[in-house]
Each structure stands twice: as structure tokens, then as C-alpha cells.
Unconditional design. Structure first.
Ligand SMILES: [Zn+2]
Ligand SMILES: [Zn+2]
Length: 397
């Protein structure tokens, strides 16, 4: 993707050129700006196949083998060429999580107190063939019937712990109706119907394990809460190399949904990142100018006088809070960590008011989710379910 600017109003126009392996046509496209309605052009490869995804509409094209640039452009008196832009390689919005089943567990059996994450994964794997076909049927049904298009899909898998305790594990996916088969790499464990007990989590662990624990909670919170909040004075430490600093911030931008999260940190912490980017040739201002910066970075809250570290998922009724001594970085040092849950108002009174910061009001979670589950005869079924029914089983402490 190239992002160029309208020569009249500087609106960002996203241009997608296609390049074929052997023979390419050369020419140009004429685009009407969606902000100012004025028309401009750009030279492109394969004008017929090139497209505009944002900022304007493609209204005309020419092929240089058929007509010279200057002859074609006579049709558009006074037309200007789009301003030079930036080339964006890859999907800059793509986020890739990893739920590490081998480290720092957060989901445990209520009877034997052993972790149930690996059992949950095994049960998912055993049923993967039938789950995949239920997924395919559900998607085909929705696409064919113009049915309920949901942003969230939840899959309930019945499991049994080695101790004999039966339980249900919940798996979540951001549901995109693209007709593709179920991608298990994008399906995440977000909890079970057994209590999420702070006794199982609280204690002392290495910073590495604190971060693994936080990753698992962020995966859960991205699905079940409408807002996330990260309050940390430091990201990394002062002796970190610039590449390490950039990698840490990339980690945050990857795990935390930028559209529903607030980051509170010290100005110096942010400036260190900004400087590292600039010295490595990445300009945060340039990204912002072309409309491809991360909202978490552009809208972060600056706060100076604090040393508190809290990591929170919250909605209008509930919140889960990880408290600890750990900053956002990996390392072997031992840190304390603990889990709290409270209602939204208590969270505001006890954690937000003393910080004297503003946080965004949580929106409602999507009311209905697509749902794949096993009935009492262990038959796989699909339907549409009220999300509060799933949440009431997950928000169980
Ligand atoms: Zn314009
Ligand atoms: Zn058990």
C-alpha cells in the first residue's frame, strides 16, 4: 500500500498497486478526493487492477501503451499530481498473539488446584475436526442468509481434568465473515466456568512470568471487557538498547487493542521511545501525519508523579486488576503480582481518582455473539447467544 496526499486538501489517499510477476502495464489513475471532491492523478503500475481503499474514489485510468500521459491528462484541465507519499509494507494493523500454554498459568482446576490450560488445549485439539466443520456450517449459513453478522465468536469445549472434575473452556475469536476455514492460531483461551481465583495467581514470580501472566489476561480482557488500562511509570529500563525499547513498545502495541486501551506513563518513558524511533529512522510524527500511527501511542496519558503499576480490564459493571511491582519488560528479577476483581465504581474510587487521571467510559460489549457448543448429548451445535450469558460464567471468582 502507498499512502499519498490529495494535492489540494492533504487528505490521505490509500493506493493499492498490483505487481505481476512477469508483464506489467504502466499508466495512471485519476482519483476524486473524498474530503474536497477535487480530482488528482498518480502514475501507477497496472492501473486497471490498482485500487483505492480509503480517502478517495478511482474514477478513471489510462495505459501508457495506448495513450501518452500528457495526451490523456488533457481531458482533465488543471489536474494536479498527488503529493508523494509513503510506502507501507505488510499489514501495519496485524496483531499476533501467543497464548503460551507452557508458562505462568492463570486457569486452574477448582478441585485438584492443578492448571487446566493444557487440558483445555488437548480437548480443543481432540474436537478440532468437528469444531472446524461446525464453524464452516455456521459461516456458510450466515453468509447465505444474510444472517447475524457478529464481531465475536465463542466456542465452548467440554473438558475433564485428570482428577475427574468436569468443566467448560471458552475460546474466543474476533469473528470475520470471510468464508475462510477456522484458523486455530486466531482462537484464544479466555477462561473456564470454574472460579478465577486470586489464590492461584498471587505470589512472587520472575518478571518474565509476570509478563506471561499479563499476556494471558490481556487476551482475556480484549475479548470480555470493553476497555483496558495500563498504568506503568517505566517501559523498559534506562540501560536498554534502542532496539530493545522499540521491541518492548511493539510488544505492547501488539497485545493491547489500540482502539479500546489507555496507556498512562511518564513523559520521559515516552520520549525515550520516540528518540529511539527517530534514531532508527522511524518518525512517529510521519506515521501520525499519514494516518497510520497507533492510537495507544498518540493518545497516551502523561503523568509524572507516580510509581504505581496496575493493569486493568474493565466494563460498566466489572473490572479485573493485576497489581504488581513489575514494569513492562522481561527479566529474571523476582516481582510480586496479585489479581483483584471489583465493580467499576470501586475501581474508579480506589484506583483512578487518587491518580487524578481521566479514563474512557466503557462501551457496552456486543450484545450477541456467535456461538459453537456441545449439547447434553455431546452433539456440536451453533447458535447466537447473549454475550452476558457467557460473561456471567467467565466472571466467576
Ligand atoms: Zn482533497
Ligand atoms: Zn482437577
Amino acid at each position: 500500500m502507498k499512502i499519498k496526499k490529495c494535492p489540494y486538501c492533504k487528505n490521505n489517499i490509500r493506493l493499492h498497486e498490483i505487481k505481476f510477476p512477469y508483464v506489467n502495464d504502466y499508466g495512471g489513475i485519476v482519483v476524486k478526493c473524498s474530503e474536497c471532491d477535487k480530482v488528482s492523478f498518480s502514475n501507477v503500475k497496472n492501473p486497471a487492477e490498482s485500487s483505492i481503499s480509503l480517502g478517495g474514489i478511482k474514477i478513471d485510468t489510462w495505459d501508457r501503451e495506448v495513450i501518452k500521459n500528457e495526451d490523456f491528462l488533457l481531458e482533465y484541465p488543471d489536474i494536479l499530481e498527488m503529493d508523494a507519499g509513503v510506502l507501507v509494507i505488510g499489514d501495519y494493523k496485524a496483531r499476533e498473539y501467543n497464548f503460551d500454554f507452557s508458562a505462568a498459568n492463570i486457569y486452574y482446576c477448582k478441585s485438584c488446584k492443578k492448571e487446566v490450560e493444557t487440558t483445555s488445549k488437548d480437548c480443543l485439539d481432540i474436537n478440532s475436526e468437528t469444531i472446524s466443520s461446525s464453524y464452516k456450517n455456521l459461516m456458510n449459513f450466515i453468509l447465505a442468509n444474510d444472517g447475524w453478522a457478529r464481531d465475536n465468536l465463542v466456542i465452548e469445549v467440554n473438558c475433564e481434568c485428570a482428577c475427574g472434575q468436569k468443566f467448560t473452556s471458552f475460546w474466543h475469536q474476533n469473528y470475520i465473515l470471510d468464508g475462510n476455514p477456522l484458523d486455530y492460531d486466531k482462537l484464544f483461551l479466555i477462561g473456564t466456568d470454574m472460579p478465577l481465583s486470586s489464590n492461584d495467581i498471587d505470589g512472587i514470580m520472575s518478571k518474565n512470568n509476570c509478563i506471561k501472566t499479563l499476556e494471558k489476561f490481556i487476551i482475556r480482557w480484549n475479548a470480555i471487557f470493553s476497555r483496558l488500562l495500563i498504568v506503568t511509570p517505566f517501559i523498559g529500563h534506562q540501560w536498554m538498547s534502542q532496539i530493545e525499547v522499540i521491541e518492548l513498545w511493539d510488544w505492547i502495541k501488539n497485545y493491547v487493542d489500540p482502539n479500546k486501551s489507555t496507556l498512562v506513563t511518564r513523559t520521559a518513558t515516552f520520549n525515550k521511545y520516540k528518540k529511539a524511533c527517530e534514531e532508527k529512522g522511524i518518525s512517529l510524527e510521519l506515521l501520525e501525519d499519514f494516518g497510520i500511527s497507533n492510537a495507544l501511542i498518540t493518545e497516551f496519558t502523561r503523568k509524572q508523579d507516580f510509581h504505581a503499576k496496575i493493569y486493568v480490564g474493565y466494563s460498566k459493571s466489572n473490572s479485573e486488576i493485576l497489581l504488581g511491582s513489575f514494569n513492562l519488560m522481561n527479566g529474571p528479577s523476582m516481582e510480586n503480582i496479585s489479581l483483584k476483581h471489583s465493580d467499576y465504581h470501586q475501581f474508579l474510587n480506589k484506583f483512578i481518582s487518587p491518580m487524578n487521571i481521566n479514563i474512557s467510559e466503557p462501551n457496552e460489549i456486543e450484545k450477541n455473539w456467535s456461538h459453537i457448543y456441545q449439547d447434553e448429548n455431546n452433539e456440536w451445535k451453533t447458535d447466537d447467544i447473549k454475550s452476558e450469558k457467557i460473561l456471567s460464567r467467565l466472571l466467576n471468582y
